[in-house]
Write a protein that binds this ligand. Structure first.
Ligand SMILES: Cc1cc2nc3c(=O)[nH]c(=O)nc-3n(C[C@H](O)[C@H](O)[C@H](O)COP(=O)(O)OP(=O)(O)OC[C@H]3O[C@@H](n4cnc5c(N)ncnc54)[C@H](O)[C@@H]3O)c2cc1C
Length: 399
Protein backbone atom coordinates (compact mmCIF):
# COMPACT_ATOMS: atom_id res chain seq x y z
CA UNK A 1 0.00 0.00 0.00
CA UNK A 2 1.16 3.56 -0.68
CA UNK A 3 3.43 4.94 2.02
CA UNK A 4 6.15 7.53 1.73
CA UNK A 5 7.15 10.85 3.31
CA UNK A 6 3.92 12.52 2.29
CA UNK A 7 1.46 9.78 1.35
CA UNK A 8 -0.39 7.13 3.33
CA UNK A 9 -3.57 5.18 2.78
CA UNK A 10 -5.16 6.68 5.88
CA UNK A 11 -4.22 9.80 7.81
CA UNK A 12 -5.48 10.09 11.37
CA UNK A 13 -5.76 13.41 13.20
CA UNK A 14 -5.22 12.76 16.92
CA UNK A 15 -3.23 10.11 18.77
CA UNK A 16 -5.56 9.58 21.73
CA UNK A 17 -6.87 6.08 22.51
CA UNK A 18 -9.24 6.16 19.52
CA UNK A 19 -6.79 7.38 16.87
CA UNK A 20 -4.06 5.06 18.12
CA UNK A 21 -6.34 2.00 18.22
CA UNK A 22 -7.54 2.70 14.68
CA UNK A 23 -3.98 3.24 13.44
CA UNK A 24 -2.67 0.04 14.96
CA UNK A 25 -5.58 -2.05 13.81
CA UNK A 26 -5.12 -0.84 10.21
CA UNK A 27 -1.32 -1.12 10.28
CA UNK A 28 -1.54 -4.74 11.43
CA UNK A 29 -3.52 -5.48 8.25
CA UNK A 30 -0.85 -3.88 6.03
CA UNK A 31 -2.74 -0.61 5.44
CA UNK A 32 -0.42 2.38 5.72
CA UNK A 33 -1.23 4.99 8.35
CA UNK A 34 0.13 8.28 9.59
CA UNK A 35 -1.02 9.69 12.93
CA UNK A 36 -0.71 13.43 13.49
CA UNK A 37 -0.69 14.27 17.20
CA UNK A 38 -0.58 17.80 18.54
CA UNK A 39 0.99 16.93 21.91
CA UNK A 40 4.73 16.26 22.24
CA UNK A 41 4.05 12.65 23.31
CA UNK A 42 1.38 10.44 24.91
CA UNK A 43 0.68 12.63 27.89
CA UNK A 44 -0.32 11.26 31.31
CA UNK A 45 -4.03 11.74 30.70
CA UNK A 46 -6.13 10.89 33.77
CA UNK A 47 -9.53 10.76 32.09
CA UNK A 48 -10.52 7.21 31.15
CA UNK A 49 -9.43 4.31 33.31
CA UNK A 50 -12.20 1.76 32.76
CA UNK A 51 -12.05 -0.83 29.98
CA UNK A 52 -15.27 -2.84 29.57
CA UNK A 53 -15.17 -6.55 28.60
CA UNK A 54 -15.92 -6.18 24.84
CA UNK A 55 -13.14 -3.59 24.63
CA UNK A 56 -10.84 -6.08 26.33
CA UNK A 57 -11.83 -8.65 23.70
CA UNK A 58 -10.87 -6.09 21.04
CA UNK A 59 -7.55 -5.47 22.76
CA UNK A 60 -6.98 -9.23 22.74
CA UNK A 61 -7.70 -9.37 19.00
CA UNK A 62 -4.98 -6.73 18.49
CA UNK A 63 -2.50 -8.63 20.68
CA UNK A 64 -2.40 -5.79 23.23
CA UNK A 65 -4.26 -7.33 26.13
CA UNK A 66 -1.42 -9.00 28.04
CA UNK A 67 0.66 -5.82 28.08
CA UNK A 68 -2.34 -3.79 29.23
CA UNK A 69 -3.40 -6.26 31.90
CA UNK A 70 0.12 -6.13 33.29
CA UNK A 71 -0.45 -2.40 33.88
CA UNK A 72 -4.06 -2.54 35.08
CA UNK A 73 -6.18 -4.29 37.64
CA UNK A 74 -9.24 -6.48 37.39
CA UNK A 75 -12.40 -5.11 39.00
CA UNK A 76 -15.20 -7.72 38.78
CA UNK A 77 -17.47 -5.84 41.21
CA UNK A 78 -19.01 -2.40 40.84
CA UNK A 79 -21.19 -0.80 43.41
CA UNK A 80 -23.91 1.82 43.79
CA UNK A 81 -24.34 3.23 47.29
CA UNK A 82 -26.21 5.73 49.37
CA UNK A 83 -24.04 6.83 52.27
CA UNK A 84 -26.97 8.70 53.83
CA UNK A 85 -29.19 5.62 54.07
CA UNK A 86 -26.30 3.11 54.31
CA UNK A 87 -27.65 1.10 51.37
CA UNK A 88 -25.06 -0.43 49.03
CA UNK A 89 -25.68 -2.64 46.00
CA UNK A 90 -22.88 -4.65 44.39
CA UNK A 91 -23.00 -6.21 40.95
CA UNK A 92 -20.59 -9.05 40.28
CA UNK A 93 -19.53 -9.38 36.66
CA UNK A 94 -18.17 -12.89 37.15
CA UNK A 95 -21.82 -13.85 36.54
CA UNK A 96 -21.03 -13.10 32.88
CA UNK A 97 -18.20 -15.62 32.66
CA UNK A 98 -20.13 -17.75 30.14
CA UNK A 99 -20.38 -14.67 27.89
CA UNK A 100 -16.80 -13.42 27.90
CA UNK A 101 -13.33 -14.57 28.91
CA UNK A 102 -13.01 -11.16 30.65
CA UNK A 103 -15.95 -10.84 33.09
CA UNK A 104 -14.59 -7.73 34.80
CA UNK A 105 -13.77 -4.11 34.21
CA UNK A 106 -10.09 -3.52 33.75
CA UNK A 107 -8.94 -0.39 35.54
CA UNK A 108 -6.03 1.01 33.53
CA UNK A 109 -5.38 4.64 32.62
CA UNK A 110 -5.83 5.56 28.96
CA UNK A 111 -2.29 6.85 28.50
CA UNK A 112 -0.98 3.33 29.11
CA UNK A 113 -2.82 2.23 25.96
CA UNK A 114 -1.61 5.14 23.82
CA UNK A 115 2.01 4.68 24.95
CA UNK A 116 1.86 0.96 24.27
CA UNK A 117 0.52 1.47 20.74
CA UNK A 118 2.87 4.38 19.96
CA UNK A 119 5.85 2.11 20.70
CA UNK A 120 4.45 -0.64 18.47
CA UNK A 121 3.69 1.72 15.57
CA UNK A 122 7.20 3.10 15.81
CA UNK A 123 8.56 -0.33 14.87
CA UNK A 124 6.25 -0.83 11.86
CA UNK A 125 7.36 0.03 8.30
CA UNK A 126 3.86 1.12 7.21
CA UNK A 127 3.12 3.48 10.11
CA UNK A 128 4.30 6.81 11.43
CA UNK A 129 3.27 8.93 14.41
CA UNK A 130 4.23 12.59 14.22
CA UNK A 131 4.08 14.22 17.65
CA UNK A 132 4.10 18.01 18.09
CA UNK A 133 2.21 18.25 14.78
CA UNK A 134 -1.29 19.53 14.31
CA UNK A 135 -3.80 19.03 11.52
CA UNK A 136 -4.49 22.63 10.55
CA UNK A 137 -6.66 22.27 7.48
CA UNK A 138 -7.58 19.88 4.65
CA UNK A 139 -9.42 19.66 1.38
CA UNK A 140 -10.87 16.74 -0.47
CA UNK A 141 -9.98 16.08 -4.10
CA UNK A 142 -11.31 13.46 -6.51
CA UNK A 143 -8.79 10.83 -5.43
CA UNK A 144 -7.99 11.68 -1.86
CA UNK A 145 -7.60 14.20 0.91
CA UNK A 146 -4.82 16.80 1.10
CA UNK A 147 -3.99 17.70 4.66
CA UNK A 148 -1.97 20.70 5.90
CA UNK A 149 -0.05 19.84 9.03
CA UNK A 150 1.64 22.42 11.20
CA UNK A 151 4.84 21.29 12.93
CA UNK A 152 7.20 23.24 15.18
CA UNK A 153 9.16 24.67 12.24
CA UNK A 154 7.05 24.38 9.11
CA UNK A 155 3.74 23.50 7.53
CA UNK A 156 3.72 20.31 5.44
CA UNK A 157 1.19 18.93 3.01
CA UNK A 158 0.26 15.25 3.34
CA UNK A 159 -1.99 13.14 1.11
CA UNK A 160 -4.16 10.16 1.96
CA UNK A 161 -7.10 8.24 0.57
CA UNK A 162 -8.99 8.88 3.81
CA UNK A 163 -8.74 11.28 6.72
CA UNK A 164 -10.11 10.33 10.15
CA UNK A 165 -10.76 13.04 12.73
CA UNK A 166 -9.96 11.40 16.07
CA UNK A 167 -8.84 14.76 17.39
CA UNK A 168 -11.03 14.96 20.49
CA UNK A 169 -13.97 17.06 21.59
CA UNK A 170 -12.56 20.25 20.13
CA UNK A 171 -11.98 18.53 16.78
CA UNK A 172 -10.51 20.73 14.06
CA UNK A 173 -11.58 18.15 11.47
CA UNK A 174 -15.21 18.31 12.60
CA UNK A 175 -15.13 22.11 12.56
CA UNK A 176 -13.70 22.25 9.03
CA UNK A 177 -16.38 19.84 7.89
CA UNK A 178 -18.87 22.25 9.43
CA UNK A 179 -20.75 19.35 10.97
CA UNK A 180 -23.17 20.35 13.74
CA UNK A 181 -22.40 19.13 17.25
CA UNK A 182 -25.74 19.46 18.99
CA UNK A 183 -26.35 18.78 22.65
CA UNK A 184 -25.61 20.56 25.89
CA UNK A 185 -22.90 21.32 28.43
CA UNK A 186 -23.50 20.65 32.13
CA UNK A 187 -23.32 23.84 34.19
CA UNK A 188 -21.21 22.30 36.94
CA UNK A 189 -17.57 21.31 36.50
CA UNK A 190 -16.09 17.97 37.53
CA UNK A 191 -13.00 17.72 39.73
CA UNK A 192 -10.87 14.59 39.45
CA UNK A 193 -8.22 13.84 42.04
CA UNK A 194 -5.86 10.92 42.39
CA UNK A 195 -4.18 9.86 45.60
CA UNK A 196 -2.20 6.98 47.06
CA UNK A 197 -3.76 7.69 50.46
CA UNK A 198 -5.50 4.52 51.80
CA UNK A 199 -9.05 5.87 51.65
CA UNK A 200 -10.35 2.31 52.25
CA UNK A 201 -9.30 2.72 55.90
CA UNK A 202 -12.07 5.33 56.27
CA UNK A 203 -14.71 3.76 54.02
CA UNK A 204 -15.47 0.19 55.11
CA UNK A 205 -17.96 -0.33 52.27
CA UNK A 206 -15.46 0.49 49.52
CA UNK A 207 -15.15 -1.72 46.40
CA UNK A 208 -12.78 -1.08 43.47
CA UNK A 209 -15.51 0.76 41.48
CA UNK A 210 -18.03 2.86 43.41
CA UNK A 211 -20.81 5.28 42.45
CA UNK A 212 -22.00 6.73 45.74
CA UNK A 213 -24.28 9.51 46.85
CA UNK A 214 -25.01 11.35 50.06
CA UNK A 215 -27.59 13.72 48.71
CA UNK A 216 -27.16 16.27 47.33
CA UNK A 217 -23.50 15.24 46.96
CA UNK A 218 -22.09 12.35 44.96
CA UNK A 219 -18.71 10.79 44.19
CA UNK A 220 -17.20 8.27 41.83
CA UNK A 221 -14.36 6.36 43.51
CA UNK A 222 -12.19 4.14 41.33
CA UNK A 223 -9.10 2.10 42.07
CA UNK A 224 -6.28 2.04 39.53
CA UNK A 225 -2.88 0.45 40.20
CA UNK A 226 -1.32 2.28 43.14
CA UNK A 227 -3.90 5.07 43.25
CA UNK A 228 -7.48 5.94 44.11
CA UNK A 229 -9.30 8.25 41.70
CA UNK A 230 -12.04 10.53 42.99
CA UNK A 231 -14.51 12.34 40.74
CA UNK A 232 -16.81 14.91 42.30
CA UNK A 233 -18.98 17.68 40.82
CA UNK A 234 -18.23 21.32 41.66
CA UNK A 235 -20.19 24.58 41.70
CA UNK A 236 -20.89 25.99 38.27
CA UNK A 237 -19.52 29.40 39.21
CA UNK A 238 -16.22 28.23 40.79
CA UNK A 239 -13.14 29.02 38.69
CA UNK A 240 -10.81 26.20 37.61
CA UNK A 241 -8.16 27.59 39.97
CA UNK A 242 -10.61 27.39 42.89
CA UNK A 243 -11.72 23.91 41.97
CA UNK A 244 -8.14 22.57 41.91
CA UNK A 245 -6.96 24.54 44.98
CA UNK A 246 -5.61 22.96 48.20
CA UNK A 247 -8.63 24.31 50.09
CA UNK A 248 -11.07 22.58 47.76
CA UNK A 249 -9.06 19.34 47.79
CA UNK A 250 -9.00 19.34 51.61
CA UNK A 251 -12.74 20.03 51.73
CA UNK A 252 -13.47 17.11 49.37
CA UNK A 253 -11.52 14.63 51.47
CA UNK A 254 -12.82 16.01 54.78
CA UNK A 255 -16.38 15.54 53.58
CA UNK A 256 -15.81 12.11 52.06
CA UNK A 257 -13.50 10.59 54.67
CA UNK A 258 -14.40 12.55 57.78
CA UNK A 259 -10.73 13.33 58.41
CA UNK A 260 -8.80 16.58 58.49
CA UNK A 261 -5.59 14.81 57.55
CA UNK A 262 -3.82 16.41 54.59
CA UNK A 263 -4.37 13.90 51.78
CA UNK A 264 -1.63 14.10 49.11
CA UNK A 265 -2.73 14.09 45.45
CA UNK A 266 -0.90 13.19 42.24
CA UNK A 267 -3.27 14.82 39.80
CA UNK A 268 -6.00 17.41 40.14
CA UNK A 269 -7.95 18.34 37.04
CA UNK A 270 -11.12 20.29 36.43
CA UNK A 271 -13.22 19.14 33.44
CA UNK A 272 -16.23 20.64 31.69
CA UNK A 273 -18.57 17.89 30.62
CA UNK A 274 -20.84 17.78 27.57
CA UNK A 275 -23.49 15.59 25.96
CA UNK A 276 -23.10 16.13 22.22
CA UNK A 277 -23.30 14.07 19.02
CA UNK A 278 -22.06 15.10 15.56
CA UNK A 279 -24.78 15.31 12.91
CA UNK A 280 -22.83 12.85 10.77
CA UNK A 281 -19.73 10.70 11.36
CA UNK A 282 -18.85 10.70 7.64
CA UNK A 283 -18.58 13.22 4.86
CA UNK A 284 -16.97 11.95 1.66
CA UNK A 285 -13.50 10.65 2.45
CA UNK A 286 -13.45 12.12 5.94
CA UNK A 287 -14.74 10.29 9.01
CA UNK A 288 -15.09 11.26 12.65
CA UNK A 289 -14.50 8.88 15.57
CA UNK A 290 -14.35 9.00 19.37
CA UNK A 291 -14.72 12.31 21.20
CA UNK A 292 -14.53 14.18 17.88
CA UNK A 293 -17.88 12.56 17.04
CA UNK A 294 -19.55 12.33 20.46
CA UNK A 295 -19.11 13.51 24.03
CA UNK A 296 -20.78 12.27 27.19
CA UNK A 297 -20.37 12.45 30.94
CA UNK A 298 -17.99 9.90 32.48
CA UNK A 299 -20.61 8.04 34.59
CA UNK A 300 -20.41 4.44 33.44
CA UNK A 301 -17.07 4.70 31.64
CA UNK A 302 -18.47 4.78 28.10
CA UNK A 303 -16.58 7.61 26.34
CA UNK A 304 -13.27 5.96 25.51
CA UNK A 305 -14.85 2.52 25.22
CA UNK A 306 -17.41 3.66 22.68
CA UNK A 307 -14.69 5.57 20.82
CA UNK A 308 -12.59 2.40 20.63
CA UNK A 309 -15.71 0.61 19.34
CA UNK A 310 -15.94 3.31 16.63
CA UNK A 311 -12.28 2.71 15.79
CA UNK A 312 -12.70 -1.06 15.47
CA UNK A 313 -15.88 -0.68 13.40
CA UNK A 314 -14.22 1.82 11.06
CA UNK A 315 -11.09 -0.30 10.81
CA UNK A 316 -13.21 -3.24 9.74
CA UNK A 317 -14.91 -1.15 7.03
CA UNK A 318 -11.59 0.23 5.72
CA UNK A 319 -10.12 -3.28 5.65
CA UNK A 320 -13.07 -4.45 3.57
CA UNK A 321 -12.43 -1.53 1.18
CA UNK A 322 -8.68 -2.14 0.86
CA UNK A 323 -8.43 -5.90 1.16
CA UNK A 324 -11.74 -7.19 -0.23
CA UNK A 325 -12.49 -4.51 -2.81
CA UNK A 326 -15.56 -3.47 -0.79
CA UNK A 327 -17.94 -0.71 -1.86
CA UNK A 328 -16.45 2.32 -0.08
CA UNK A 329 -19.56 4.50 -0.10
CA UNK A 330 -21.83 1.77 1.21
CA UNK A 331 -19.37 0.66 3.90
CA UNK A 332 -18.54 4.13 5.19
CA UNK A 333 -22.19 5.13 5.26
CA UNK A 334 -22.85 2.01 7.30
CA UNK A 335 -20.12 3.03 9.73
CA UNK A 336 -21.94 6.33 10.22
CA UNK A 337 -25.34 4.69 10.64
CA UNK A 338 -24.18 2.00 13.04
CA UNK A 339 -22.04 4.07 15.35
CA UNK A 340 -24.17 7.23 15.37
CA UNK A 341 -27.30 5.26 16.16
CA UNK A 342 -25.64 3.51 19.07
CA UNK A 343 -24.22 6.76 20.37
CA UNK A 344 -27.65 8.34 20.49
CA UNK A 345 -29.66 5.33 21.61
CA UNK A 346 -27.30 3.95 24.20
CA UNK A 347 -24.30 6.05 25.21
CA UNK A 348 -26.10 9.39 25.41
CA UNK A 349 -29.25 8.00 26.97
CA UNK A 350 -27.47 5.86 29.55
CA UNK A 351 -24.95 8.47 30.69
CA UNK A 352 -27.67 11.09 31.12
CA UNK A 353 -29.68 8.54 33.14
CA UNK A 354 -26.62 7.63 35.23
CA UNK A 355 -26.17 11.25 36.26
CA UNK A 356 -29.87 11.62 36.92
CA UNK A 357 -29.67 8.61 39.25
CA UNK A 358 -27.29 10.60 41.45
CA UNK A 359 -29.66 13.52 41.59
CA UNK A 360 -33.43 13.15 41.31
CA UNK A 361 -33.70 9.41 40.72
CA UNK A 362 -31.86 7.94 43.73
CA UNK A 363 -34.92 6.11 45.05
CA UNK A 364 -35.74 4.80 41.58
CA UNK A 365 -32.24 3.38 41.26
CA UNK A 366 -32.47 1.79 44.70
CA UNK A 367 -35.77 0.17 43.73
CA UNK A 368 -34.17 -1.04 40.49
CA UNK A 369 -31.22 -2.52 42.41
CA UNK A 370 -33.49 -4.27 44.94
CA UNK A 371 -35.28 -5.88 42.01
CA UNK A 372 -32.05 -6.88 40.28
CA UNK A 373 -30.74 -8.55 43.41
CA UNK A 374 -33.83 -10.81 43.40
CA UNK A 375 -33.96 -11.52 39.66
CA UNK A 376 -30.93 -13.20 38.09
CA UNK A 377 -32.17 -12.81 34.49
CA UNK A 378 -32.87 -9.09 34.87
CA UNK A 379 -29.50 -8.65 36.60
CA UNK A 380 -27.72 -10.34 33.72
CA UNK A 381 -29.50 -8.15 31.17
CA UNK A 382 -28.53 -5.07 33.15
CA UNK A 383 -24.88 -6.09 33.40
CA UNK A 384 -24.72 -6.94 29.68
CA UNK A 385 -26.07 -3.47 28.91
CA UNK A 386 -23.66 -1.67 31.26
CA UNK A 387 -20.72 -3.73 29.95
CA UNK A 388 -21.62 -2.51 26.42
CA UNK A 389 -22.26 -5.94 24.90
CA UNK A 390 -25.78 -4.98 23.94
CA UNK A 391 -24.81 -1.76 22.17
CA UNK A 392 -22.34 -3.67 20.01
CA UNK A 393 -24.94 -6.31 19.17
CA UNK A 394 -27.43 -3.57 18.24
CA UNK A 395 -24.85 -1.81 16.04
CA UNK A 396 -24.08 -5.06 14.22
CA UNK A 397 -27.78 -5.49 13.42
CA UNK A 398 -27.97 -2.09 11.66
CA UNK A 399 -27.65 -2.41 7.86
C1 LIG B 1 -13.01 12.83 34.15
C2 LIG B 1 -13.20 11.91 32.98
C3 LIG B 1 -13.15 10.54 33.21
C4 LIG B 1 -13.36 9.67 32.15
N1 LIG B 1 -13.35 8.31 32.38
C5 LIG B 1 -13.64 7.45 31.39
C6 LIG B 1 -13.65 6.03 31.61
O1 LIG B 1 -13.35 5.54 32.70
N2 LIG B 1 -13.94 5.22 30.56
C7 LIG B 1 -14.21 5.72 29.32
O2 LIG B 1 -14.52 4.92 28.41
N3 LIG B 1 -14.15 7.05 29.07
C8 LIG B 1 -13.87 7.92 30.06
N4 LIG B 1 -13.79 9.26 29.79
C9 LIG B 1 -13.87 9.74 28.41
C10 LIG B 1 -12.54 9.51 27.66
O3 LIG B 1 -11.47 10.11 28.34
C11 LIG B 1 -12.63 10.04 26.25
O4 LIG B 1 -13.84 9.60 25.67
C12 LIG B 1 -11.43 9.56 25.40
O5 LIG B 1 -10.23 10.15 25.82
C13 LIG B 1 -11.67 9.88 23.92
O6 LIG B 1 -10.56 9.47 23.18
P1 LIG B 1 -10.22 10.18 21.79
O7 LIG B 1 -9.00 9.50 21.30
O8 LIG B 1 -11.43 10.22 20.94
O9 LIG B 1 -9.94 11.70 22.16
P2 LIG B 1 -8.79 12.33 23.07
O10 LIG B 1 -8.38 11.37 24.12
O11 LIG B 1 -9.25 13.67 23.46
O12 LIG B 1 -7.57 12.44 22.06
C14 LIG B 1 -7.58 13.38 21.01
C15 LIG B 1 -6.14 13.69 20.64
O13 LIG B 1 -6.13 14.55 19.52
C16 LIG B 1 -5.10 15.51 19.68
N5 LIG B 1 -5.47 16.65 18.83
C17 LIG B 1 -6.43 17.58 19.04
N6 LIG B 1 -6.52 18.43 18.00
C18 LIG B 1 -5.59 18.01 17.09
C19 LIG B 1 -5.19 18.46 15.79
N7 LIG B 1 -5.79 19.51 15.19
N8 LIG B 1 -4.20 17.80 15.15
C20 LIG B 1 -3.59 16.72 15.74
N9 LIG B 1 -3.91 16.26 16.97
C21 LIG B 1 -4.90 16.89 17.62
C22 LIG B 1 -5.08 15.79 21.17
O14 LIG B 1 -3.81 16.28 21.57
C23 LIG B 1 -5.38 14.41 21.76
O15 LIG B 1 -4.22 13.67 22.04
C24 LIG B 1 -13.59 10.16 30.84
C25 LIG B 1 -13.60 11.54 30.61
C26 LIG B 1 -13.42 12.41 31.67
C27 LIG B 1 -13.45 13.89 31.41
Amino acid sequence: MAFDDVRSDVLIAGGGPVGMTLAYSLALKGISVRVIENAPGCLEDMRASTFHPPTLEMMESLGLLDDLMAQGLKAPIYQYGNIGTDKFYSLDMTELEDKTPYPFRMQCEQYKLTRLIAAKLDAMPNAEVLFSHRVANFDEGANGVHVSVEGPFNIRLFHADYLVGADGGNSTVRKWLNVGFDGFTYPESFLTLSTDYPIEEHLPWLQQVNYVTDQPKWWVLLKVPGLWRVLVPQDADASDADVTSDERKDAVFAELLGTNEKVPTYHRTCYRVHQRVAKTFRRGRVMLAGDAAHLNNPLGGFGMNSGIHDAMNLSDKLCQIYLDNGDADALLDRYDRQRRTITREFVQKQTIANKHAFEDAVTAREAQMEKLLQDADARREYMLEQAMFKSLERAEAID
